[in-house]
Design a protein around this ligand. Structure first.
Ligand code: ZN
Length: 428
């Protein structure tokens, strides 16, 4: 470590208590999504914190985005601090929303209790701990290097847990991630302090409906069961599609390794009469099901094209149709996201890797996420490729009861981030 490295890491160590308190303050705000509560409050909090650190801040409401309403407005904050000379801009992006609490907690999910070096609560690891870490890293860096070159940005954005349309996508569409404005993006999602996440697999969701003909259930031969037709679809998925997907291996370093292939999940199935409310006390009617639907969640690889992924399912359905009398179906696209993977030689990857080696005295692991996160919008809408996820916390704890983040991990990650800033925003 250089002299500058030592000054930066000492500055981070001195802020350990502040980092804990900041994380606790953020976690104590229940920004649950859905419905998307408390975005304005957390943006106001970040506004005063970052304003005090010399950032120029903008609060942006994603008006008209999915879920945005007067009751639950989608507020985002973008804070920017200019350096003393021209240079690159480094941007830390964190989402401010958290998922539902769920069952099974032994601690208060919004009390942010500190116990044995861990802070417990909903959103500690995913990802308010990461947000706090990036803020403290930035503040420490600014204290040591007020004369830096370029610009430093920190954003807190809405709705990542529900697709990011009222958050990063909205900002990207308005130029906030334009490569002319921003050059390096780090998303402090909980991928562990020694791992660099380069990107994620692709996604395609679709609904498949089989069609039948209603008749009396005592004479099913007079109708045509959409559920039996769906049975044929499921059998085809089991017998042919799953083995085919398992044979498609990727060069992407996806973790866990089980996801280093194409996968398909059937999210939901429904056929026949609608499910009644729990308090309904009647019997179902005797009917042959005239429709049956499944929702599929297909995750695909950087080696695959979305067109081929869709064609594979279409071909399967056409093959069933050719063999099975009366088989009629419809397929509806719900949404899709292309896979993305930043190059290992990209400047932000190389710089963070070197900082990890200096702080933790070991080489980083390079990983790819099985599911998507906001990098998709930065890549596709912002057209900015120099983007990674890097932050403290254990990914497996995300969305779980008794979610926690380790204070030592946050401190180490803050050091890595501060050293990264010193490198990317070095004055000439
Ligand atoms: Zn997250």
């Amino acid at each position: 470590m250089t002299d500058l490295d030592h000054r930066l890491t000492a500055e981070i160590e001195a802020r350990r208590g502040d980092l804990i308190r900041l994380t606790q303050d953020l976690v104590s705000m229940p920004t649950l999504n859905p419905p998307g509560a408390g975005y304005r409050e957390i943006c106001d909090f970040l506004d005063s914190r970052l304003g005090a650190a010399g950032f120029r801040t903008e609060l942006i409401r994603a008006t008209g985005s999915p879920g945005d309403s007067d009751q639950y407005p989608r507020w985002n904050i973008v804070a920017r601090r200019e350096g003393a000379a021209p240079g690159d801009c480094v941007h830390f992006n964190s989402h401010t929303d958290v998922v539902a609490v769920g069952e099974g907690w032994t601690t208060d999910p919004f009390a942010a209790e500190l116990k044995d070096g861990r802070i417990y609560g909903r959103g500690t690891c995913d990802m308010k701990g990461g947000l706090a870490t990036s803020i403290v890293a930035a503040e420490a860096f600014l204290t040591v290097r007020p004369d830096f070159a370029g610009a430093l940005e920190i954003s807190g954005t809405a709705d990542e847990e529900t697709g990011g349309y009222g958050g990063v996508a909205y900002l990207a569409e308005r130029g906030y991630f334009d490569p002319a404005r921003v050059h390096h993006v780090i998303i402090p999602e909980p991928l562990n302090k020694d791992r660099i996440c380069l990107g994620h697999r692709g996604v395609w969701w679709a609904e498949i409906e089989t069609k039948g003909r209603i008749a009396h259930g005592s004479m099913p031969f007079l109708g045509d069961s959409a559920i039996r037709h769906m049975g044929a679809v499921l059998e085809e998925i089991e017998r042919h599609l799953y083995p085919l997907l398992a044979s498609k291996r990727t060069e992407m370093p996806v973790v866990p390794p089980g996801a280093r292939q194409s996968t398909l999940n059937i999210n939901a199935i429904h056929g026949g009469e609608p499910v009644q409310d729990a308090d309904f006390t009647g019997f179902p009617a005797a009917c042959v099901a005239d429709r049956c639907t499944i929702t599929i969640d297909r995750r695909f690889l950087i080696e695959e094209q979305i067109g081929d992924v869709k064609a594979e399912v279409a071909a399967m359905l056409e093959a069933i149709k050719a063999e099975r009398p009366g088989f009629r179906y419809e397929i509806r696209d719900l949404w899709d996201v292309a896979p993305t993977m930043t190059d290992r030689d990209a400047p932000v990857v190389r710089t963070v890797a070197a900082a990890i080696e200096r702080v933790l005295a070991r080489a980083p692991d390079y990983v790819v996420s099985p599911g998507t996160y906001d990098q998709k919008h930065i890549d596709r809408i912002g057209r900015l490729k120099n983007c990674i996820a890097y932050g403290p916390g254990i990914l497996d704890l995300a969305h779980q009861p008794d979610e926690w983040i380790g204070v030592d991990d946050m401190v180490d990650s803050a050091k890595v981030m501060a050293l990264t800033l010193a490198e990317l925003l070095a004055a000439a």
